[in-house]
Design a binder for this molecule. Structure first.
Ligand code: FAD
Length: 314
């Protein structure tokens, strides 16, 4: 079994979600309390757009209201940083945000002394069939990166100068070993990843994958395409029966046959959880042996599994 001593270079990082509106920070802090002992390189905090929801009225009509289910990314990042003294990396997304909204987010982060972000396009709204930028917002991460670069260079989106240009923001971006769902082919996707690197991305964090070969071959193709930044592998242990069919649909990736076959033999969610833990452990062993700089974990609904996985390497 691998250990920290055998490979002191591999660290873990964790992605957390801001709490659902109105639910408080108790569960979020429990997550960090569980994972902090593994000395995370950083904790990422996701950002979620507002969406429209429809409430049925007594007369059968519907009213449309705007709802942000998970607000609070900046506050959560600040709370984690202050409570735990762990580096935080909030996500900045185009989806649902205007350029001005993004500017105010950058200003808030600057005031808090948070200077690293993960820059993303963000998910489409639930009621949309394809991604649509809000009026005055960005269509792609490349445009968002240009905005951050202009901010770093001292210019607001309206072209006026920033009087106090603070410490510049550094940023990572997302990448997809199994291709982004909208990309016509893997080469096109890689071309845009290279563009994000050219615009200053310091590293790329992968969409989750369950087959390390997909990651290794992606890294090889990326290097050939001129992508030289670290490509951080990302894992999420399976924790429920339903995920075997839901995860491929939601994240546009394949579950390896061996994992799917073993999951089909499981009788309970607890069996799947144990399988997910063992599967992720063997993924980590191979990735660590391969010398990856960091392994990123998506913690949603998987905190206890991740604790058990990380313990094996600690
Ligand atoms: P882009 O880089 O804009 O790419 C989107 C698609 O457009 C790709 O097919 C790409 O090949 C293509 N493309 C890229 N640039 C251009 C261009 N200039 N012109 C034309 N085509 C282009 N979603 C959230 O809502 N909140 C989060 O906090 C969040 N965190 C995430 C964290 C990670 C590590 C990952 C992997 C994903 C995360 N997502 C999040 C989901 C992500 O925002 C979606 O997958 C989104 O659909 C794509 O984001 P992107 O930054 O890769 O977009």
């Amino acid at each position: 079994m691998a250990s920290k001593e055998q490979n002191p270079k591999t660290r873990f990082s964790f992605e957390v979600l801001p709490p659902l509106k109105g639910t408080g920070t108790e569960s979020l802090f429990r997550t960090i309390d569980t994972l902090k002992e593994f000395n995370p390189l950083h904790i990422n905090i996701t950002t979620h757009r507002s969406e429209y929801v429809y409430d049925e009225q007594e007369d059968g009509s519907f009213t449309r209201k705007r709802l942000r289910r998970r607000p609070g990314t900046i506050a959560v990042a600040s709370a984690i940083m202050n409570k735990y003294d762990i580096k935080v990396v909030p996500h900045v997304v185009c989806s649902g945000f205007t350029k001005e909204d993004t500017e105010y987010m950058l200003l808030d982060l600057q005031f808090l002394g948070i200077h690293e972000v993960l820059a993303l396009r963000g998910d489409k709204a639930k009621d949309e069939s394809r991604f649509q930028a809000v009026r005055g917002g960005h269509s792609h991460t490349t445009d968002l990166l240009r905005q951050i670069n202009a901010f770093n260079a001292g210019t607001f989106v309206d072209g006026t100068p920033i009087k106090h240009v603070g410490e510049p923001f550094t940023f990572g971006v997302a990448c997809y070993p199994e291709k982004h769902e909208e990309s016509p082919n893997p080469d096109s996707d890689l071309r845009y990843l290279k563009k994000k690197q050219d615009l200053g991305a310091k590293y790329a964090i992968c969409q989750m994958f369950f087959d390390n070969q997909k990651y290794f071959s992606f890294v090889e193709r990326a290097r050939k395409a001129g992508v030289t930044i670290p490509i951080i592998p990302a894992l999420k242990p399976m924790a429920k029966m339903s995920q075997i069919t839901q995860v491929p649909k939601t994240f546009h990736l394949d579950i390896p046959k061996e994992l799917a076959d073993e999951a089909a033999r499981c009788k309970t969610d607890e069996d799947v959880k144990q399988l997910g833990i063992e599967w992720s452990i063997s993924q980590c062993e191979e990735l660590i042996a391969h010398g990856v700089p960091c392994i990123h974990f998506y913690t949603m609904s998987a905190v206890d599994s991740i604790r058990q996985i990380a313990e094996r390497f600690w």
